[in-house]
Design a protein around this ligand. Sequence first.
Ligand code: CA
Length: 220
Amino acid sequence: MGASQTRVEHKYQDLADKTGFSLEQINNLHKRYQQLSDNEETISRDNLDSIPALANNPIRKQIIEAFFDKRNQHQDEVGSCDEIGFEQFLMVMSHFRPPTLKTTVEEKEAMRKEKLRFLFNMHDTDNDGTITLVEYRKVVEELLSKSGDIGLEAARAIADVAMLEVASTNVPHMGPDDFYEGITFEHFEEILKGLEMETRMHIRFLDVNTATMACGKTTS
Ligand SMILES: [Ca+2]
C-alpha cells in the first residue's frame, strides 16, 4: 500500500463511517462521480440524464429526482437541490449498498428499512408522509407511458384499482363512504413485506462495476 493510497483512505474514512461503503468502494464511486460530473465539483440533473444505462428505465425521472431529494441525503431536510456534491452523491448511493457477509441481521433489517424509505420518498413527492392516489397515478402513468398503446385513462384505471386493493388490505373495515387518504410508510412496509429487497435494489443501474468494487481493484 503506497503513500497516496493512505492519503485517500484518510480522506475517505469519514465518508466510509457515514455511508457504510468500504474505502475501495468510495474510491471507485469517486471515479464514477468524476465521469458523471465531467470532472466538475457537482452533479446536476443533466449529468444524470445522459447515463445510457438509465435511458430506457421507465422511472428514470424518479430515480434522477431521488438524487436531488434532500430526504435521501440524511440531512434531516426536505426539498430538492439543483446540484449535489460527492458526499451527497454517496449518501444517496448508500441506499443501494448490498449487504456483505459481515452484515448482521439487525443491520440488514435497517438497510431494508432505508431502501423502503427511499422508494417511499420516490412516490411521496410532496413529502407529507402519504402516497396519495394522485401521486400513485403519476408513477403508474409514467411506467405505462413507455408501453405505447395503454392510454392515460387505462393507466388511471389501473392505478385506481391497485390503490383500492391497497386500501382494502390495509384498512379492512373501511366503510363505503370512508376516504382512503393514501399509503403511509407503515402500509408501504406491509405491502412490500414479502419482497426481498437486499439484493434487488443495488447500484448496477449506474454502471458501477460491482465486481470491481468487491475486490477493490482500480481500473485506471
Ligand atoms: Ca404525498
